[in-house]
Design a protein around this ligand. Structure first.
Ligand code: CA
Length: 307
């Protein structure tokens, strides 16, 4: 293992669990966050972009924030402020950010970042996949500069937004289909692990007393509806960061994955062919299980390393 940091771009729709993932990534000694690109998802892209700016200012990091797509490729936009509050990051009063948005659209900013970086860059989408699909479609020549994609989304079992579909994939199924068909090295960190990756009430109390970040997270956790404060808060997006730096926490399987883009009930469902029923070439590494206790200990330790 070298001491070299892994260059990553986080494509995000903050979002309370996004905020945790971003905080951990910005302070992780193995990660070099080159860009935050934003996407409509949990709330509108105006709000997610403003939230991303607030977060980099809160963490006092000089990371560019580029604003991306305001709606999915083909279907209408639908927000989920019922999960994350009206602003997307309800529960904590951040000052209005002074930092300005990157002048380029996220898709062009991703290209610029990737092409200007000496090493290949890892893409970490933790929202709907619209920006990534647009980027891969507009600039296929950049694919060779991508190390891999580690995304939060999908499920090999049940969904969370509909009985079968996970939210990020449901929000833009066509984009997800493009990403899974891209031929790139893809890891799907989906509900099979992220629903188990909760912070317990004890963890949440510990986090509150860690530092400024802990107090900020604690305030937002009071408003987060991804799980509950009593039964555990689901840290969906943080799992993608955990996978990059601590893959040994996860059990995975390489298999064929595709996305249902229409269907009476199934739009946005990931078809994860664990038993090779379709005899198709495998195109993704799918996370199927996680060492939950180790994840919790890791998450608290990481948050202790923030400001
Ligand atoms: Ca997210």
């Amino acid at each position: 293992m070298t001491d070299k940091k892994i260059p990553i771009i986080i494509d995000t729709d903050p979002g309370i669990d996004d905020a945790v993932a971003i905080g951990v990534a910005l302070f992780h000694k193995k990660l070099d966050v080159k860009l935050l690109s934003t996407i409509a998802g949990n709330v509108s892209v105006e709000k997610t972009t403003n939230n991303a700016l607030k977060l980099v200012e809160f963490f006092d990091k000089d990371i560019p924030v580029a604003k991306g797509a305001n709606k999915p490729l083909c279907i209408p936009y639908e927000d989920s402020s019922h999960i994350h509050g009206e602003s997307g990051m309800g529960g904590y009063e951040f000052p209005e950010p002074k930092k300005v948005i990157h002048p380029e659209h996220a898709v062009n900013a991703i290209r610029e970042t990737i092409m200007n970086n000496e090493e290949k860059v890892t893409l970490v989408p933790i929202g709907p996949l619209t920006n990534i699909a647009l980027f891969l479609t507009l600039y296929p020549e950049c694919k060779s500069r991508i190390e891999r994609i580690v995304l939060m989304g999908g499920s090999a079992s049940a969904g969370n937004h509909t009985p079968t579909a996970e939210y990020n994939i449901f929000a833009d199924p066509e984009a997800a289909k493009i990403v899974f068909a891209s031929g790139l090295d893809i890891t799907m960190v989906g509900l099979d692990v992220t629903s188990k990756a909760t912070l317990t009430p004890d963890n949440v109390e510990t986090i509150r007393d860690l530092n400024e970040t802990g107090r900020m997270m604690y305030s937002m956790f009071q408003h987060y509806r991804g799980g509950s404060l009593k039964t555990g808060l689901k840290m969906h997006d943080l799992c993608a960061i955990a996978y990059i730096v601590n893959p040994e926490l996860f059990k995975t399987q390489v298999c064929f994955v595709d996305v249902e883009t229409s269907g009476t009930y199934t739009a946005g469902t990931t078809i994860v062919d664990l038993k090779n029923r379709y005899h198709r070439e495998p195109n993704a590494t799918v996370c199927l299980d996680i060492d939950v206790d180790a994840f919790r200990a890791w998450a608290v330790e990481q948050l202790a390393n923030t400001r």
